[in-house]
Write a protein that binds this ligand. Structure first.
Ligand SMILES: Nc1ncnc2c1ncn2[C@@H]1O[C@H](COP(=O)(O)OP(=O)(O)O)[C@@H](O)[C@H]1O
Ligand SMILES: [Mg+2]
Length: 234
């Protein structure tokens, strides 16, 4: 299998269809923009790229856009069958308009029960809409796909404005964590937990940096550079 590397500023995602990239940060910090840029670069690298747009705000040059409205909320399985037959390899945005969170989860469960993606990149803006930690309906078929994605050579990109609102088992699978402006204590606690794999000094330093200079620029951590003892293996 050919390995594709995608570069986005300081972040070099090697073998992208085997990786998970997560952008965390407050509203307006640049998560969606980063996701769009990564999606575009991935598609340009000939990785077939799909973007899930729960807020109906994403447009990317050269990508086809499929709009799911209330009228088609029960047609998840049909879209899955359609995507299985897709012969051309243009990027695809699946945008949702006016669907309640529960309707979105049901649609995606249908879609991912019939659709068998492989060798693709799947990008979810505002992942907590699909995999909420509490107070919503999780799309279990998406979770399953995220857990088993590497077997089908599928990479994932997630964004979320609130780390604490995303299911822990999803966020903990991330290979690359990009932290943009984050202020809520609960969200910082989740990030601290994620950084638990690194050694203590490293964790303290990173958390201090998040709240100071790169606070506005964003801060990226590549978890593959750390071995099990938390020491840098680069
Ligand atoms: N790196 C950047 N440089 C300049 N402007 C940016 C950058 N990233 C995002 N923006 C602008 O900031 C605004 C919010 O970005 P967006 O990606 O929608 O944030 P989020 O998804 O985190 O709410 C947009 O108008 C976008 O064009
Ligand atoms: Mg956004």
């Amino acid at each position: 299998m050919e390995q594709k590397t995608v570069v986005l500023g300081p972040i070099q995602v090697t073998n992208i269809t085997q990786r998970k990239v997560t952008f965390l940060g407050g509203t307006g910090s640049g998560k969606t923009t980063s996701l769009k840029m990564l999606a575009l670069k991935s598609q340009e690298s000939k990785v077939h790229t799909f973007v899930f747009d729960a807020l109906n705000v994403i447009y990317i040059e050269g990508f086809n856009r499929i709009l799911i409205t209330k009228k088609s909320k029960e047609k998840g399985k049909e879209l899955g069958q359609m995507l299985n037959k897709l012969s051309h390899n243009e990027g695809v945005i699946i945008a949702f308009k006016d669907l309640l969170q529960e309707e979105l989860a049901i649609f995606c469960d249908g879609l991912f029960s019939t659709w068998i993606p492989h060798d693709d990149l799947l990008c979810f803006d505002e992942i907590q809409e699909y995999c909420p930690r509490t107070g919503g309906q999780p799309a279990f078929e998406i979770e399953r796909k995220i857990r088993t994605g590497r077997n089908s050579n599928i990479g994932f990109v997630f964004t979320s404005q609130r780390a604490a609102m995303v299911k822990t088992n999803i966020i903990s699978l991330t290979d690359y964590l990009v932290i943009l402006r984050t202020t809520w204590r609960n969200d910082l606690d989740v990030i601290e937990e994620l950084l638990g794999n690194l050694n203590k000094e490293e964790t303290k330093g990173i958390l201090a940096k998040i709240q100071t200079e790169p606070f506005l620029n964003g801060f990226s951590i590549d978890f593959r550079y750390f071995d099990n003892e938390g020491k840098s293996s680069q």
